[in-house]
Design a protein. Structure first.
Ligand code: NDP
Length: 328
């Protein structure tokens, strides 16, 4: 039996991504065979498909760091044929064949049952980006940043992580300030739940070691000058959940916010996040993300459109989430 997949190669003729028909044998044996209904596009996928980032560790490889679908075969007691599952992270789409395909074969310990209340399409409208957004919200909560503490900033607000973070924060009663490089998207960001929108440049502008205390916390998807601009503006005892590097992986800052205001810089990783926290985050998503907003922040494409979308995303042009439908 054959299946359709996007495959990335890096041979003599250079870096390329193409939709191909592949034999099932490329997926290997054992584990859990999943018929994929939907995958999604995350920043990392954009870098992997375009070759703009060193994401893929062996070639040729099927990219796609997440998927949702139905178990067809399983050698694990934890998953049975017919069960709906989600996969995000664990190096899938980087070191192992990924989700931009009709089928995937993965280790059972990488799978999470589809939470009650979400279907496969909704789960991928959330995807790795939405899981990460929820892990960031949970990090803020663990560090005592509650809605009554004050405003929380979300950078890279128009992107996947940012847009879902805004929707969740607003639903939980936070005043969420969106930081975006796309002023034309202000009405959409407000619709998702932003209480106000700041231009990216106003945060990135060189900040003093300590600015006036403005925000109780932040979810930063950008790193570099944006994260450096946020830290001096965080209130006493506040927290920044840092998960991304859309602006760069550097961080030029001072220790002043940490040692004079007790600010916490909390790193957030979704790839190797332990299962109990993952499951908790998916349960929280099913509970705390208004599903009506998922339709407003996501759109659907087919496998043949993935490459063009990835070019746009890698150039900073994301708006919300892109779901990739496998059938049809
Ligand atoms: P998207 O491509 O969906 O969104 C990224 C957003 O970042 C853009 O929409 C834009 O928002 C902003 N941006 C783009 N370029 C720049 C730039 N040069 N300077 C500042 N901001 C920029 O990406 P995701 O939401 O999927 O991911 C966001 C980040 O989070 C990425 O770095 C990704 O690698 C990381 N990530 C980390 C995870 C983890 O486990 N730690 C998991 C998932 C994502 P705007 O125009 O509104 O400013």
């Amino acid at each position: 039996m054959d299946f359709r997949a996007l495959q990335v190669d890096n041979g003599d003729s250079g870096y390329s991504a193409a939709v191909k028909t592949l034999p099932m044998s490329v997926l290997g044996g054992g584990g859990v065979l999943v018929k994929i209904a939907y995958s999604s596009l995350n920043y990392k996928d954009a870098l992997a498909v375009t070759g703009k980032g060193k994401i893929i560790r062996q070639f040729p490889l099927i990219p796609g760091i997440d998927f949702a679908g139905e178990v067809l075969e399983s050698d694990s007691h934890d998953f049975a044929p017919g069960q709906q599952v989600i996969l995000t992270g664990w190096g899938v789409g980087e070191r192992f064949n990924g989700g931009l395909a009709e089928y995937a074969r993965v280790k059972p310990e990488w799978l999470v049952p589809l939470p009650v209340g979400l279907d496969a399409r909704q789960a991928m409208a959330v995807g790795t980006a939405g899981l990460t957004a929820m892990l960031c919200v949970m990090a803020l909560e663990r560090h005592g940043v509650t809605p009554d503490c004050g405003e929380v900033v979300v950078s890279g607000a128009s992107g996947g992580v940012g847009s879902i973070a805004l929707a969740v924060l607003a639903q939980l009663g936070y005043r969420a300030v969106a930081v975006s490089g796309k002023p034309e998207l202000t009405p959409w960001l407000i619709e998702l739940g932003a209480s106000s929108v700041l231009l990216r440049d106003s945060i990135a502008a060189a900040a003093r070691p300590l600015e006036s205390e403005q925000y109780a916390g932040a979810i930063d998807t950008c790193g570099s000058s944006i994260l450096a601009g946020l830290l001096p503006r965080i209130r006493y005892g506040g927290c920044v959940a840092a998960c991304g590097l859309a602006a760069g992986f550097d961080l030029n800052t001072t220790v002043m916010p940490f040692i004079l205001r007790g600010v916490t810089l909390a790193g957030v990783d979704s790839v190797m996040c332990p299962l109990p926290r993952r499951n908790e985050a998916w349960q929280r998503i099913a509970r705390d993300l208004p599903l009506s907003l998922l339709d407003r922040l996501s759109r659907e494409i087919g496998l043949t459109q993935v490459e063009d979308e990835c070019q746009r995303m890698a150039a900073g042009g994301a708006k919300g989430r892109v779901v990739v439908r496998m059938e049809g």
